[in-house]
Design a protein around this ligand. Sequence first.
Ligand code: OGA
Ligand code: MN
Length: 218
Amino acid sequence: MPLPSATNLSFRSDAVDKFTGIIAAIAERGWAVVDDFLPGEWVAELREEQQRQSLRGDFHCAATGRLDTLRQDAETRGDRILWLERHNAGPAQRQYLELLEELRLAVNHELFLGLFGQETHAAVYPPGRGYRRHLDGFRKGNLRTLTGILYLNPRWRKEDGGALRMFLDDAPGGDCLEVLPEAGRFVVFLSERFEHEVATTQRLRWSVTSWFSRRSAA
Ligand code: OGA
Ligand code: MN
């Protein structure tokens, strides 16, 4: 069911209100974790759209590496993904893509990162899977600059596993920050600066990951 349009407007502006804090955090330390980035109804729609796409068989195994050395290796990276574009996105996903576009423009306006575009995929990690420690890199000649991940899983508990572990230079406690993939939580970080991993999940783990890129010199 599409979101009622009157509600959409206020949903959208609630999220846009959070841009200032996100941009300040990126400028100051290169990362941010924002709870309730989107309201529960929107997150539920996003989850249901992904679940339907997954049931239809639209998702495929993710690969790692540059285009010339792409590898599919479930030990390294165990998620299944669907690249989202306007033409294959559901209504809630399309609105989310539009919101990301607004975020891209706002970041460019404030931080001059020269982000020219974004790529976004829906992802699901089946139980027993994760993603080994890595840096988000290079794809199709673009330099991934900013990573943004929205989680879609209500009532996630620590024992469900599947935490995003971010190896920050200033993590509280020194080593890494563990972020549970709770519904509505949005994580953003400088792609080339912070290594991160997804701990093995015990539960189906739904998310939407986006990269904002600048052009490579080549
Ligand atoms: C990725 C990634 C982290 C997460 O897709 O590159 O690191 O928490 N995802 O889903
Ligand atoms: Mn990553």
